[in-house]
Every structure is written in structure tokens, then in C-alpha cells.
Design a protein around this ligand. Sequence first.
Ligand code: KIV
Ligand code: ZN
Length: 516
Amino acid sequence: MNDRLFIFDTTLRDGEQSPGASMSKDEKLRIARQLEKLGVDVIEAGFAAASPGDADAIKAIAETIQGSTICSLARANERDIHAAGGAITPAARGNGAGGRIHTFIATSPIHMEKKLRMQPDQVVEAAVKAVKLALEYTDDVEFSAEDAVRSDMDFLVRIFDEVIKAGATTLNVPDTVGYSIPALWGERMKQLIAQVPNANQVVWSTHCHNDLGMAVANSLAAVMNGARQVECTINGLGERAGNASLEEIVMAVRTRKDIFTCDTRIDATQIVPASKLVSTITGYPVQPNKAIVGANAFAHESGIHQDGVLKHRETYEIMRAEDVGWHANRLTLGKLSGRNAFKTKLAELGIVLESDDAFNSAFASFKELADKKREIFDEDLQALVSGEGYAAEHERFKLVMLKVCSETGVVPQAQLVFSDEGAEKQASGQGSGPVDAAFKALESVVNSGAELLLYSVNNITSGTDAQGEVTVRLTHEGRVVNGQGADTDIVVASAKAYLHALNKLHNKSERAHPQV
Ligand code: KIV
Ligand code: ZN
């Protein structure tokens, strides 16, 4: 029988470290529910010591999720371990799949000397102490040797030996800077398993970044050499060039059963819905040619390919689109659907609207959308509910009205009414296009001083009546935020996205970064 390959999803932690991808507690809960449906073994729900808000979100996930182990990251120090332990306690004590503390410390000479300013002996001591303290909260403790890729092999063997003796149950080997290549990474995993005493008492894990585009290949090489946990993210989201993408790992192992002697328990039909949800919430669009989840991944453009596929699917297709959840976005609701149907569908999607007001407002938005768009799909509802989040009472700015004039040969103009802490304000401006005019109009009143880093538009579903989903990335005083907005009118979606980003800039909260 094939071995089990554990999937450790870190979308909510490493993925959240992507610029502007920070998520609210509700957004994290929605993603966690989808990850549970997907069947991931471990959800790294965040870094509890980052802020009280981060700890609270992990705790809420630990209280809600039953089917996946809930994990918090912690640096190898007492404060972090206590914060992580407190946050995962509902999972560790409950009857769900348990709680894990993932503690780490850097082990490469460059990190120990320049970042930690610690001697190797001190690093080993801190790692052992952290593991022992973590065991007071849970018996599921993972240890990572940060920057293992540039660490000395003998030192890695020593520290892993010590943390096994201290009680760690999973040992993670990260390529923190995405520096390795598959042959070397596989060899490193093989040597560690061969040289670390009692290596067979723990699960070996790999965590690869994608700086040279080899995160998935390196992770698979580690699996071929004994790793039985892969740390990955939906859509490959993550620091810099991202992490290994979950969908590619899962489908590579499943499609090449002839090569891999292990498999995951992932329900692959939930992959595309998970990808779309993460993209909608974080504002990171998926490139069309992205493997598995890109819009073109199963589209056959050339006549020769189409002919081949029509005659015999396997001529050009190694996987079936429906097996990874394409077409899972069944027609959901329409103009005549009532409150009950809407409520039932939200529950099916794992969306919980806390108050009656939130539900009423979402239902009103749904009816408005159904008037403009004949068919409403799951993705439309996810975007719509995210829109309700943007407009939540605690948000400072909200779009009330937008009028644009765009005509060939005439300078585009925009007029807006928006509420600022409940008070209506008017704005007008000109620009090189209607979107530019709308942003300039808003800035002329808000004067945020923010710089626009990115503007992107994607359609949520197909067809010209589809909603456009806009992402606006702003930066101000060193902070980077992504704002999202969706509407069948992309200028309206753009204004909503801009205001959403301004709301995020306004809601300042101090958060520590685990690796800085
Ligand atoms: O990339 C990395 O090394 C990490 C660790 C915290 C595991 O994310
Ligand atoms: Zn990482």
C-alpha cells in the first residue's frame, strides 16, 4: 500500500506574508473552511505572536475546524511559544484533528551570525528549549531549521538529533530562499534521514520557496527521497516568488502514481474552488497559464490539439478538468431565488454572516447583482460576500455613487459620492481614463498620500456580463495593502477596490514578521 503524504497548508501564514495579502479573521475562517473541505492535514493558521488579532484569528480557526490539525508558527522563544500554545489550545484540547506548534530557528552561518547574532551552541539550546516548552501545550510539535538550504550538514544533523530527543514529532527542512535544485534537495533529504539518529521516529517535511521557479520540483525531489510532509500554499502564494503550490504537488503525485509511492487524502475536486477563493480574498490573480488552476490549464487552443482531444482525450490531456474542480462552479442562484435559498447556498460555501444586518445587506446586494447578471455562480457569491466585508460598519470609506463620462476625444471625468465615517462627501476629477479619473477624484478629497503599486482587473466568471474583480495595491509609510472590489461595471469595481485599500491603510495594526 502507498504511504500517506501529509499536506501542510501555509496559505494563511507564509501566503499571508505576500505584499498586501493580509487577511481579516473572517477571511481566514472562510479559507480555513475551504482547506478543511479540501482535506489538508495541517492548516498553518498564522503566527500568533504577530499581534493579538493574529492570535485571535488562529484561535477562532482552532475552535471551528474539526477535520484538519490547526498549527501556529512560533520563533524559538518563550513569548512566541506561549502565544502559539494559547491560540491552538481549542484544537489541541478539543475533539477535532488536534493542534500543532511549529517552532523554528535559523541554522545557516549567515542567519546565525548576521540575523540572530547567536553562536551555534546557543541556537541548539534555544531549539531544544522551545520544543520542550511547546510540548506543554500539545504533543504535536514541529521544528524547522530555517535556511536549511545554506546550513552546514553536520550542524543540521546535530540540531535535528537534539530536537528529536527533546520530543519534536515533525522535522521540517526549508529552502527558505529558494536556492536549491531538485537533485541537491533530494540528496539533502536522503542524507538527513540516513544520518540523523532515530530519523524513523519523526515525519520529515520539506518547505520550498520559488525564487528560482523550482519550489514544486524541489519538494517532489524531497518526497522521492523520504519526505512525507510537504508545506505548500494554494496558488503558490507566499513570500517573494511564493511557496510550492499545493495543487501542483497534489496532482503531480496523483497523476504520476507510477513514480510516487505515496498519496495524499486531498479531495482534488475542491482545488479550483480553493484557488478562486484565495485569489478573491487576497487580491492575487492566478495567471492564465498556471498549471492546474489557470484559466487555460485545460483549454485546447490549437486545432490539432482539439482534434486529438475530441478523438481520444488522453492524446493531449493527462488530467481531467472536472477532477480538479473546474466546472464545480455550478449555476447557483438566479433572480427568483429567495432568502432561504441564499442562506442555504452560503452555508454550503462555508460562509457565515454573523449578524442579521450583514445577512440582509448581503441579500440586498445579491438581488441587485441578479438584476444585472442572469446567472450567479459560487464565485460571484464569494466576491459578493467579500464586498459585504469591505462595506462593514467599521470600515471608514464606502462608495455611495459613481458617475463617469468617457467618450472618444473628450477627457474622461468622474464624479463620486462616498461616505467617510458615515458622512457623505463628493469628489470629482479628470484622468487619462475613467478609472484614473475616479482614483484622482477620490484622492483629491481623501489626500491619503498613498502610492499606487498595482492595478489589475480579472473577470470572475466568463461572459461579458461577468463581474470584474479589481485589485488595487497601495503603499504608504512602508505598509502595503491590497484592496478588492467586484462589480459588473469595472469602474465601479475599481472605485470600491480603491476605497477598500484606503480602509485597510486606515485600520493600522502593528504586526511582527516572524522572519525579520
Ligand atoms: O521559509 C521558511 O524558512 C519558513 C520557516 C518559518 C519555516 O517559512
Ligand atoms: Zn517560508
